[in-house]
Design a protein around this ligand. Structure first.
Ligand code: C2E
Ligand code: MG
Ligand code: MG
Length: 595
């Protein structure tokens, strides 16, 4: 039986099992072979070759000795040639045969081969024999390794998964305690990853995650553990951390590499990350606590406008690890009336006048206090709760608009954020129309903020919905503009009124010249398409000046006001119009009004 099977890189060949046992020649007398077996108790089988070193068969130790312990067998057969006593149909395989293939061959060939093993050849020449026990050993070890890998590594990115990560974290904590050293933990969450997944498909999202995993690994030291916890959440465990600065350096390196575009399926995309850090033993000495703290710091980074990092401080809330309870609570929040809308004004740079307000949801949680949308919008989108909650936001924003009008304020547009899932509801336009009608407001005062990702879906459906909304008189804006995709053709096709430049381009505008260029390019694009531009997240005077000189007409940001509850915003607006102040910053207002 001679078998030559193809090579498989994943699956080693029989070579790793081979032992070279000097073969016996076909004419060797049986007594000499008996002597060999009795002198070498570890030889389980002896290969027999001809004068050209071509294997002819195997002599199985057990079967051979059983024959020769019978009375008179030595006298009868001792001088016969060994080729009469060998197993003629032994298994002979080429050295390239894989372990899995040889296992199949042996199972199919029958039990006797389990005892005697098999012979391997190179170009037909004998090179060694292998034991089936070793073969089984090798197979089970490899199966165990595969099972271990499946249980401990993320199959997509090949990084350690949550299970292995927590195990390493526990080990590292014990080690740092013993050696009196510190360790650092980074909790990394990609910004707006959902937009990519929703608009470009999961295949694209998967490839993006693989690329990000490679980048994160390239930033870490060999001794660090980079892991993927779930979805777009990654962690890095750094042992022997001397101080917070070590972690800052690592965070800085990650932010820096993420600035380079990623090539995914022939497209160039940019993605940023928000990072939270925590250290052992100063922040926590247990793995779950440390992880929760790094996670809380990551949320703080998100809250600070994303694409940045924060270190854990004890005032941060530790709620995110309690995802399940948060979800249960969210289901009750609408009925319990726990949502509120805050409003953030938008200012016309040329006149200093407020030209509209964006409605931003807040959740007054009975135990956890006031929660920002960063803490719960993702869950509402994952669970579909965004549909009823988003409807409530629209109703409430329209209601508030009418209250302000009734209080004698000049009617002013109100912007409402719309999630992709809401937008794709078949009755979406009908719902918007009926909310507007019921509230009694004029449709031109309602602006819907949509994200870029949404436009990448089925163009006809999107276009129909947008046209229907536009015909209603509602204004349409693209939120977080610039964070998504290079294909801008949709801007010409769709009835869009305004672009809101994402705050990641505005922040630190003065230290990132590239951002100034991007803002200028977006401004030029907006101008050529007759779209209004709003710069989001303007915090400082220098950002304001740069935004102005880049050609933006409107701004929104802490420089003027943080999002405020309706009654406080009303006060603020009245105060502003009394002072006729072009740029009274928030701080001055807060000094006067807030406790
Ligand atoms: P967005 O629509 O881009 O809203 C702007 C966010 O930037 C707000 O965060 C606002 O507080 C923050 N911001 C404004 N100016 C500044 C600034 O100068 N500096 C910094 N660091 N941040 C500034 P917020 O209220 O936490 O909302 C976060 C996001 O949650 C929103 O981003 C929006 O995408 C989403 N969101 C808020 N309300 C709703 C809602 O009712 N429905 C849906 N679907 N999403 C919502
Ligand atoms: Mg918005
Ligand atoms: Mg935005």
């Amino acid at each position: 039986m001679f078998t030559h099977l193809t090579k498989d890189k994943e699956n080693p060949t029989v070579i790793i099992l081979l032992k070279f046992i000097p073969p016996i020649m076909e004419l060797t007398p049986c007594l000499a072979v008996l002597k060999l077996f009795s002198e070498n108790s570890d030889i389980f089988a002896l290969p027999v070759v001809n004068s050209d070193n071509i294997p002819l068969g195997i002599v199985d130790r057990k079967a051979f000795i059983e024959t020769f312990i019978k009375p008179f067998s030595k006298e009868l057969h001792g001088n016969k040639k060994i080729s009469d006593f060998m197993n003629q149909s032994s298994i002979i395989v080429d050295k390239e045969t894989t372990i899995d293939d040889i296992a199949t061959i042996i199972v199919n060939a029958g039990i006797q081969h389990m005892m005697s093993g098999f012979i391997a050849t190179d170009n037909g020449q004998y090179i060694g024999v292998a034991n089936v026990l070793d073969l089984l050993n090798e197979i089970t070890q490899r199966k165990q390794a595969t099972l271990f890998h499946l249980a401990h590594f993320d199959q997509l990115t090949k990084l350690p998964n949550r299970l292995l990560f927590l195990d390493r974290l526990d080990m590292e904590i014990i080690k740092s305690h013993r050696e009196k050293t510190q360790l650092g933990l980074l909790f990394i969450d990609l910004d707006n990853f959902k937009h990519f997944n929703d608009s470009m498909g999961h295949g694209f999202g998967d490839k993006l995650l693989v690329e990000v995993a490679a980048r994160l690994s390239s930033c870490a030291r060999k001794s660090d553990t980079v892991a993927r916890l779930s979805g777009d959440e990654f962690t890095i465990l750094q042992g022997q951390t001397n101080c917070q600065d070590d972690l800052n350096i690592l965070c800085g390196r990650i932010m820096e590499t993420m600035k380079e575009p990623l090539q995914i399926m022939g497209r160039e995309v940019f993605i940023t990350a928000s990072i939270g850090t925590a250290m052992c033993p100063c922040d926590d000495v247990e793995s779950t606590g440390l992880l929760a703290k790094a996670d809380a710091a990551m949320y703080e980074a998100k809250r600070s406008g994303r694409n940045t990092y924060r270190h854990y401080v004890s005032s941060m809330n530790l709620y995110s690890f309690n995802h399940m309870t948060l979800e249960t609570d969210l289901r009750m929040a609408l009925v319990r009336n726990e949502f509120e809308l805050f409003y953030q004004p938008q200012v016309d740079l040329s006149t200093g006048k407020i030209i509209g307000n964006e409605a931003l949801i807040r959740w007054r949680h009975p135990e956890r206090g006031l929660l920002s949308p960063i803490d719960f919008i993702k869950i509402t989108e994952e669970t579909g709760l965004i549909v009823p909650i988003g409807k409530w936001v629209l109703q409430e924003a329209c209601r508030q608009h009418m209250i302000w009008v009734e209080n004698g304020m000049e009617p002013m547009p109100i912007s409402v954020n719309i999630s992709a899932m809401q937008f794709y509801q078949t009755e979406f336009c009908k719902m918007v129309r009926s909310i507007i009608t019921d509230s009694g407001m004029q449709p031109i005062y309602l602006e819907l903020e949509l994200t870029e990702g949404l436009f990448m879906h089925d163009v006809d459906i999107v276009l129909n919905t947008l046209n229907e909304l536009h015909e209603l008189g509602v204004k349409l804006a693209i939120d977080d503009f610039g964070t998504g995709y290079s294909n801008l053709s949709y801007l010409k096709m769709f009835p869009i009124d305004r672009l809101k430049i994402d705050q990641s381009f505005i922040r630190h505008l003065e230290c990132e010249p590239i951002n100034v260029d991007i803002v200028r390019a977006i401004a030029a694009l907006g101008k050529s398409l007759s779209l209004d531009l709003v710069a989001e997240g303007v915090e400082t005077d220098s950002e304001l000046a740069l935004v102005k000189s880049s050609g933006c007409k409107f701004v929104q940001g802490y420089r003027y006001s943080k999002p405020l509850p309706a009654d406080q915003l009303e006060l603020w607006m009245k105060e502003r119009s009394r002072n006729d102040s072009v740029s009274m910053p928030l701080a001055e207002f807060h000094d006067k009004t807030l406790p």
